[in-house]
Design a protein around this ligand. Structure first.
Ligand code: CU
Length: 286
């Protein structure tokens, strides 16, 4: 998550300084076969009302309008609310609000050097970083996948299609889209914190139970010596590990889709009763 925030900030600097303008200009010239229509930024109503003044020519632009519709401001918010309701977790809504606020701030503050099509300055791209559509689509996909884990793969395919069509239809440049996706990753929408405290010779996990499909962040520390936090799935496979160290909080991010009893074992020889240092973590079916 911190890496995504750092990458987002670095990309903002590169876009503003013009270091990536040649890449975006290349995409405008050669990789936007469905582009056309207006070169001005969307007006307020156009960004709020779905499909208001939408262009459906060429057909590829129409397809892009439809496929990216769940990433529209109002529709994406409603979809995130539905997922949050199903998961009983308002953090998804908070993540959407925070991410969109960051997006709007950067849209106002950051102006990229001009991009041109056939000699015409494309004003819309001056303030199009980062892509709100890519951002909101990524949050929608993550929220729906958490609420309905069996749709993980189709949602991933849809998100990839959104990213490609935003570019092909000329709605956004490649750096816009990468910026939007990084921001979505950086806000780490809806991760559930599990506080893990270890000591000779116990593991304490709060909470010790989450619903299937939860994106979990284990925040791991120790009250005495170094321990090794190792998480085993219901089949006994090690699926993640991180050091538990006194004075430090180390993080482990996992999406736990499979219901069952997960086991925690210590992976660091920590004293006489090291081998008995076990606990369980339950992933409940939805
Ligand atoms: Cu140990």
């Amino acid at each position: 998550m911190l890496a995504a925030v750092a990458a987002f900030a670095a990309l903002a600097g590169l876009v503003a300084s013009g270091a990536l303008t040649r890449l975006d200009q290349w995409a405008v010239d050669h990789a936007m076969p469905f582009a056309g229509g207006s070169s001005r930024p969307p007006r307020f109503l156009e960004s709020v009302v779905p499909l208001l003044h939408a262009q459906f020519h060429p057909p590829g632009a129409g397809i892009a309008q439809i496929v990216t519709l769940p990433g529209q401001v109002v529709i994406s918010f409603l979809l995130v609310v539905v997922a949050a309701w199903r998961l009983r977790k308002a953090t998804w809504i908070a993540a959407w609000v925070a991410a969109v606020a960051v997006e709007l701030a950067f849209r106002h503050l950051l102006t990229r050097p001009a991009l041109y099509r056939n000699g015409v300055h494309l004003v819309a791209f001056d303030t199009s970083w980062p892509s709100g559509h890519a951002l909101r689509s990524a949050i929608v996909a993550a929220a729906l996948a958490a609420a309905w884990p069996r749709f993980h793969i189709p949602l991933g395919v849809w998100l990839a299609a959104v990213a490609a069509l935003l570019e092909l239809a000329g709605f956004h440049t490649p750096t816009d889209i990468v910026g939007g996706l990084l921001l979505a990753t950086g806000t780490s929408a809806g991760r559930t914190m599990v506080k893990v405290t270890s000591g000779q010779f116990f593991w304490s996990l709060v909470p010790n139970r989450v619903p299937a499909g939860t994106r979990v962040r284990f925040d791991v520390t120790s009250i005495d010596v170094n321990h090794g936090f190792g998480l085993y799935d219901p089949h006994g496979h090690l699926i993640g590990s991180v050091q538990a160290m006194p004075g430090y909080h180390n993080e482990l991010d996992l999406t736990l889709s499979e219901p069952g009893v997960y086991r925690i074992r210590c992976l660091e020889l920590c004293g006489l009763n090291h081998a008995t240092m076990e606990n369980t973590f339950t992933v409940a079916p939805q």
